[in-house]
Design a protein around this ligand. Structure first.
Ligand SMILES: [Zn+2]
Length: 184
């Protein structure tokens, strides 16, 4: 039986997803182990069942941790997280792009000893990156949307909510839907 396509959505003890981007998912094997160890409660199930010699049970589709976890992780300095910090928006022309259309731009160019750090790197589309080239922006007509900064995990999480994953199981929708911020 192929069950690799049945991951469980992992909620924190407050029923909010542990992570949005990437969405907190675990394999059904890990989910079932956690249920047996009584670390999680099963909130929703898939229709699909697995059989052990003694019992039959449905694969969990949504599980919630019994103990609340505070995320203390520092966001990794990755290309993707830089794009996420910048909301997938070119920091020069302010247009939105997909991850494969964006590039990394060094404010202070590497040839002038500019470092690859949160505060010196911005998302830029290919056209703007070429236009800026190895100049400093004070030498050109280009301006930045906002100066780059080192984001907190919470800031990245909040940005991640704007980018729902392509595939959502129907049993996950409520848990993702109810946790989106309301527009004011
Ligand atoms: Zn641009």
């Amino acid at each position: 039986m192929n069950t690799s396509g049945n991951p469980a959505l992992v909620l924190n003890a407050d029923f909010r997803p542990l992570n949005y981007y990437p969405l907190s998912l675990c394999s059904w094997q890990v989910a079932i182990k956690a249920v047996f160890l009584k670390r999680v409660s099963v909130i929703e199930n898939y229709e699909k069942e697995v059989h052990s010699p003694s019992t039959t049970f449905k694969l969990p589709s949504v599980i919630a941790l019994k103990d609340y976890v505070t995320s203390l992780r520092k966001p990794a300095f990755t290309r993707f997280n830089v794009f996420l910090r910048d909301n997938f928006t070119c920091q020069y022309c302010q247009n939105k792009f997909s991850a494969n259309e964006l590039t990394f731009d060094h404010l202070i160019p590497k040839c002038l000893n500019g470092k690859t750090v949160w505060t010196n790197v911005v998302s830029a589309c290919t056209a703007c990156n070429l236009k800026k080239g190895r100049k400093l922006i004070t030498q050109g007509e280009m301006s930045l949307v906002k100066p780059p900064f080192k984001p907190s995990a919470t800031q990245l999480q909040n940005n991640g909510r704007n980018f729902p994953p392509n595939y959502l199981h129907k049993s996950w929708r409520d848990y993702l839907y109810w946790d989106t911020e309301l527009e004011t």
